[in-house]
Ligand binder design. Structure first.
Ligand code: AOS
Ligand code: ZN
Ligand code: ZN
Ligand code: ZN
Length: 406
């Protein structure tokens, strides 16, 4: 049955001028990093629900993340958040990850859960608090070195709630000074990924409110700094794929935090609300991979794909598997764009033919392709079904309730 479905799919794609061997290779190269905090108990400001079987510490978070990798084959690294994932021995953490067949990915400093940071961390008018924040950033560089990670992922809650509350321009300078110190402490092959967000928790102004501010900061710092696009962090109606294309053109796209939103930064499962947006993001990335400028193509190739979600009501591990499969599905669809056909239509200035070259790929059912790729990768053709049948959920139920929050 599945063989017949794949044969039919192959014939259809041949007719569309798509080379499936190349598509499969590109799909196999996809790596999606999952966040340690996505396995812990999470909530909204109204309630954090405690789930049975939630990891009690970072070692157990890694064990759950390893399950996601085991069943999908595309999640070999886990992002950590300091101090949520603070341990006494980071070499032991690294060794534990390796024993599970995974590695530690982006190190995320936390400059928002300390009373001292109420009015800002790296932007605080009090130099002692800025010093404390900088020391934490430097500590995270050291942790990254110990765990063998090359990425430092920065998100700042810094901002104000009221007009006049603080000096906006001075705060930008203070942030730059702190980040510069961190930047200089980083190894040459490390990357600083700078995330932006237009509001929340600050409601009047956020110091890095949009991609332009993050981009400007990254440019001022230098080549080791790039922009991180969290898909949830934009005002309604923003054309995120345009931002992606623009940053790729500037060779400054560092990575993604994937999630879905309907309203604010809802941190829902990526691809669950607007899969076409995710597909169009991949269209821009694949287009940049084909750019005549090797710098643009190289940027597209080094993008860090990370999930940043908050699973409040859903089971953690299946939610993560669903997320990864959604990312894989939209990449698979984008790989079915016939770029020659698209280019020709663009050259003819044929608007509808160009739009059709993109949309027709989205309309293809990639289920047979993904099953075939997974079989070739040696992972279950249906990772979700295989995980649910594996008995792991029953096993971790012994952890009981009251695991780690965040
Ligand atoms: C917050 O809105 C951001 O998306 C950050 O990436 C944050 O560090 C992450 O959500 C973990 O809290
Ligand atoms: Zn994020
Ligand atoms: Zn966010
Ligand atoms: Zn988010």
């Amino acid at each position: 049955m599945s063989d017949r479905a794949y044969q039919l799919f192959e014939e259809q794609q041949k007719e569309r001028g798509i080379d499936l061997a190349q598509v499969k290779e590109r799909l196999k190269a996809l790596k999606v990093e999952t966040p340690s905090w996505g396995y812990a108990d999470q909530g909204t400001r109204f309630k954090t629900f405690q789930k049975v079987g939630v990891p009690r510490n970072t070692f157990e978070k890694l064990e759950d993340a390893a399950q996601v990798h085991k069943f999908t084959g595309v999640c070999p690294t886990v992002a950590v958040h300091i101090p949520w994932d603070k341990v006494s021995d980071y070499s032991a953490l690294k060794a534990h990850a390796e024993s599970l067949g995974i590695g530690i990915g982006a190190v995320n400093p936390n400059l928002f859960q300390d009373d001292d940071y109420m009015l800002g961390s790296v932007t605080n008018s009090n130099p002692a608090i800025r010093r404390k924040a900088t020391e934490h950033l430097l500590e995270c560089v050291e942790i990254a070195r110990t765990v063998g990670s090359k990425d430092l992922s920065l998100w700042f809650a810094d901002g104000t709630n009221y007009p006049g509350q603080a000096d906006i321009r001075k705060r930008v300078v203070w942030m730059y000074e702190c980040l510069k110190e961190m930047y200089d402490a980083m190894d040459d092959d490390m990357r600083m990924l700078i995330e932006y967000k237009f509001y929340e928790p600050a409601f009047y102004h956020t110091d890095l409110a949009d991609w332009g501010m993050a981009f400007n900061m990254a440019n001022k710092l230098g080549p080791k700094a790039e922009v991180l696009v969290d898909t949830g962090h934009h005002p309604m109606g923003t054309n995120i794929e345009h931002i992606v294309a623009y940053l790729l053109g500037e060779k400054k796209l560092g990575g993604f935090h994937f999630n879905s939103r309907k309203y604010g930064d809802d941190d829902l499962i990526v691809g669950s609300i607007n899969p076409y947006e995710l597909f169009l993001i991949f269209y821009q990335i694949l287009d940049a991979e084909r750019d005549a400028d090797p710098g643009v193509a190289a940027n597209a190739a080094r993008i860090a794909y990370m999930i940043d979600q908050s699973h409040n009501i859903e089971e953690k591990i299946p939610a993560m598997i669903r997320s990864v499969l959604n990312v894989q599905t939209q990449l698979a669809k984008a790989l079915l764009i016939n770029f020659d056909e698209l280019r020709e239509a663009q050259e003819r200035q044929d608007v509808l033919a160009a739009e059709n070259a993109v949309r027709s790929a989205f309309e293809c059912d990639v289920t047979p392709l993904l099953r075939a790729v997974r079989e070739e990768m040696g992972v279950p053709a249906d990772p979700m079904k295989a995980y649910l049948a594996s008995g792991y959920a029953e096993k971790i139920a012994a952890r009981g309730k009251g695991g780690a929050s965040w």
